[in-house]
Write a protein that binds this ligand. Structure first.
Ligand code: HEM
Length: 208
């Protein structure tokens, strides 16, 4: 009975974390769209436009800060979620839907953080990107092909910023929001199932 209660608490925690994940994803996507109104995805222009957002646009600094905190926060929460889900594992259909979507979501937000590296066009971002590109190049057979796709020809310039921005703001962010919804949906269905089995097992201890 103690083990059952422990697993139940873990699964409830996973649902709460999934709600936090969806809230943070929607907040980041919304603030990202607000940033996009003024952000200029070009080499040099990116730095100047983000500086203007922070210093000249009313409440721009706040939107930027919320995007950064929620964007980095969701990476941390999704990693915690994976551990919590692993400990409260159930291996039925709904748990597997939530588990697979949770892992894909985590990979998606890590990629969102990675593609944001060059978006501010600072010295730190530029050189970090150059180093990581060097690592990508060393992948056997496909290394230089992947580098050319990411950079848009090999050199790090405006084309690279545009490629990363497209991946960040369209492909990955839409994917992350869809996966966060599927993840929460799977866990809510699992909650219903848990409630049902708790009532069947012990009618004197129905979970609230
Ligand atoms: C689930 C959706 C999203 C997530 C998780 C996310 C995450 C992030 C992260 C982690 C950063 C780096 C922050 C830092 O540490 O400096 C970032 C930067 C940025 N993101 Fe997003 N993002 C999302 C959606 C979007 C969308 C939809 C857009 C635009 C349409 C966007 C535009 C930007 C821009 C312009 C930056 C650079 C801002 C800066 O460096 O201050 N993001 N994002």
């Amino acid at each position: 009975m103690k083990d059952l209660h422990y697993a139940f608490v873990l699964r409830r925690l996973a649902t709460i974390l999934a709600i936090v994940i969806l809230t943070l994803s929607l907040t980041t996507a919304f603030t990202g769209v607000l940033l996009a109104f003024y952000y200029e995805p070009t080499a040099g222009g990116a730095y100047n436009s983000l500086k203007a957002i922070a210093l000249e646009i009313p409440n721009g600094w706040l939107i930027q800060r919320i995007h950064n905190i929620a964007g980095n926060g969701v990476i941390g929460v999704s990693l915690i979620e994976i551990v919590v889900m692993f400990l409260g594992e159930k291996f039925n259909r709904n748990w597997l839907i939530a588990w697979i979507s949770g892992i894909l979501f985590t990979l998606c937000v890590i990629a969102l953080g990675w593609t944001a590296m060059l978006l501010d066009w600072t010295q730190l971002g530029y050189w970090r990107f150059k180093i990581e590109l060097g690592t990508i190049e060393t992948i056997p057979v496909i290394g230089s092909f992947v580098r050319d796709i990411i950079t848009g020809g090999g050199a790090v310039n405006t084309m690279t910023v545009q490629h990363l921005y497209t991946l960040h703001s369209y492909v990955l962010s839409i994917g992350a929001v869809i996966l966060a919804i599927i993840h929460l949906g799977g866990l809510l269905l699992q909650e219903q199932e848990d409630k049902q089995s708790q009532i069947e097992l012990n009618p004197v201890f129905p979970p609230n």
